[in-house]
Design a protein around this ligand. Structure first.
Ligand code: SAM
Length: 283
């Protein structure tokens, strides 16, 4: 059965109504589904964490490839469908939980044997950034995160230096992972049709992160610089030091052009600035 018919069949069979508040837009394009599976590169050595499996279209494909799928879904109606649909499968855990509250480290530690962990999901868009930051900040043993997100959000996550989409979130993600923008997905590929287009991105977590003296100061520096992204950095960074002249002195010392804006600073520049401030705080 093609995905569109299957989705409509399940919605009718279980008398469901997509819950907008939970970001329920179901993928109905077989072509996009195949492409996601393809780029996620899941194999029988992988345990896949799927966030928001919904009616289980992506789940069914992942189950064919993975050692195991851990499917985390918040909505009782979806849990009901998933439990029936996959009742005969041995390699799935269907967990009713809010992904932002669940202890993922514990879930992974429970698993036995050798395996890699991959996250694959068509994310609920209203909490995309908190989900991604949770997966990265908790420094879980995850290899890759292949996710469908809103197109503009994906552009921000994967932006290149100097691009208008390059922002605090781009640099923060870059600290933890290499981000790649893979392909666009038109809004007609979902029911109900959302207001925005989507895209699929892939984050490959870094085994070796850039060295910073103080992570808190590093992320604070990024945040401050982008809070006033139109200003040059001699102004936008001035709240981090006691005076603007201190900032100008620091930028001179670090050989960073003070007329640059935040969007022209690389992650290495941010690390240099943050380390300078961390050293200064120690004096
Ligand atoms: N994977 C399905 C697909 O591709 O058709 C559904 C994706 S839909 C965009 C997002 C899913 O995330 C919904 O099933 C929704 O109920 C679920 N969801 C929303 N908030 C959640 C949360 N906090 N924790 C876990 N799942 C959540």
């Amino acid at each position: 059965m093609i995905l569109r018919d299957e989705t409509i069949f399940l919605i009718e069979k279980y008398k469901l109504k997509a819950n907008k508040k939970l970001g329920q837009n179901f993928l109905i394009s077989d072509e996009v589904l195949e492409k996601i599976i393809d780029v996620s590169d899941v194999s029988e050595n992988d345990i896949v964490i799927e966030i928001g499996p919904g009616l289980g279209s992506l789940t069914a494909k992942l189950l064919e490839r993975a050692k195991k799928v851990i499917a985390i879904e918040l909505d009782d109606n979806m849990i009901n469908v998933l439990n029936e649909r996959f009742s005969l499968y041995k390699n799935i855990d269907i967990i009713k939980a809010d992904v932002l509250k669940i202890n993922l480290q514990e879930l992974i530690e429970k698993e036995e044997g050798n395996f890699n962990v991959k996250v694959v999901a068509n994310l609920p868009y209203y909490i995309t950034t908190p989900i991604i930051m949770k997966l990265l900040e908790e420094e879980l043993p995850i290899d890759t995160i292949t996710v469908m997100v809103q197109k503009e959000v994906g552009e921000r996550f994967c932006a290149n230096l100097g691009n208008k989409s390059y922002g605090a979130i781009t640099v923060s993600i870059k600290y933890y992972a290499e981000a790649e923008y893979l392909f666009d997905v038109h809004k007609d590929c979902f029911i109900p049709v959302p207001e925005v287009d989507s895209c699929v991105i892939k984050l490959k977590t870094r085994a070796h992160k850039i060295n910073v003296k103080d992570k808190k100061i590093f992320f604070n520096t990024i945040k401050s610089a982008f809070l006033q992204r139109r200003k040059n950095i001699s102004n936008s960074l001035s709240n981090l030091m006691s005076s603007k002249s201190d900032v100008i002195y620091m930028l001179g010392d670090l050989e960073i052009d003070l007329n640059k804006r935040a969007e022209n600073l690389s992650i290495e520049d941010f690390a240099k600035i943050a380390d300078y401030i961390a050293n200064k705080n120690k004096d």
